[in-house]
Ligand binder design. Structure first.
Ligand SMILES: Nc1ncnc2c1ncn2[C@@H]1O[C@H](COP(=O)(O)OP(=O)(O)OP(=O)(O)O)[C@@H](O)[C@H]1O
Ligand SMILES: [Mg+2]
Length: 208
């Protein structure tokens, strides 16, 4: 492994299996002897976890679309400074459950066309892309059913329904074309082990 580590992200619509696959991959790589940091967005550092509560809990109209983009970007900046960059500098593998691509999709597309604003802020304040992004592609209705099986307080975005899921799925696939060098699309409409086996094959290649 190089001294600059490897920065991996999981992306995909709600319920596509990102968190499950991120955990399985972390376990697998640790079993191979890699030093792994498993993290998530929004969150992943103390300050960013505080911002997570601000963006995921409460009334759906709590923030304007623009304020929300600022909050996500602030959380990401803290996460990058405190968690991701130090780990990469130490040569670790960083596995992040959602990153800037989720903001490009959800904050960029769900309430008007704000993708340009998301990208401008990203270039100004983040300026870093993952080395490899694993997009778990799947049928939006199945994803919605899976996601609804979970109960919790982080429900600000959870009532947007099938239309949004369809739009996000198409948007993620378009993003995979736009950033084809770092994206790999994985068929998530299969059992967890089959998906995990594709994930580990792709990541092992990247680690070589
Ligand atoms: N391949 C699979 N087959 C069947 N069920 C799955 C599969 N992958 C994940 N699940 C289940 O679906 C639910 C959602 O999975 P998970 O939390 O990993 O998705 P997610 O993409 O992280 O969702 P979210 O975007 O809401 O965080 C969980 O209950 C999980 O156990
Ligand atoms: Mg998840």
């Amino acid at each position: 492994m190089t001294s600059t580590g490897l920065f991996l992200t999981f992306e995909g619509i709600d319920g596509s299996g990102k968190s499950s696959q991120a955990r399985l991959l972390a376990d697998h790589l640790r079993g191979m002897g890699h030093d792994v940091v498993l993290t998530r967005e929004p969150g992943g550092s103390a300050g960013a976890e505080e911002i997570r509560r601000l963006v995921l809990e409460g009334d759906p109209d709590r923030w304007s679309a623009e304020t929300e983009i600022l909050l996500f970007t602030a959380a990401r900046r803290d996460h990058l400074e405190r968690t991701i960059e130090p780990a990469l500098a130490a040569g670790k593998v960083v596995i992040c459950d959602r990153f800037a691509d989720s903001t490009r999709m959800y904050q960029g597309l769900s309430r008007g066309d704000l993708r340009g604003l998301v990208d401008q802020l990203h270039n100004l304040m983040i300026g870093r892309e993952p080395d490899l992004t694993l997009l778990i592609d799947m049928d939006p209705q199945t994803g919605l059913n899976r996601a609804k099986g979970r109960q919790g307080t982080e429900e600000r975005f959870e009532d947007f329904g099938l239309d949004l899921q369809l739009k996000m799925r198409a948007g993620f696939l378009a993003l995979a074309d736009e950033f084809s060098e770092r994206f790999r699309v994985i068929d998530g409409n299969r059992d967890m082990d089959s998906v995990a086996s594709d994930v580990t094959d792709i990541v092992k290649q990247a680690l070589r």
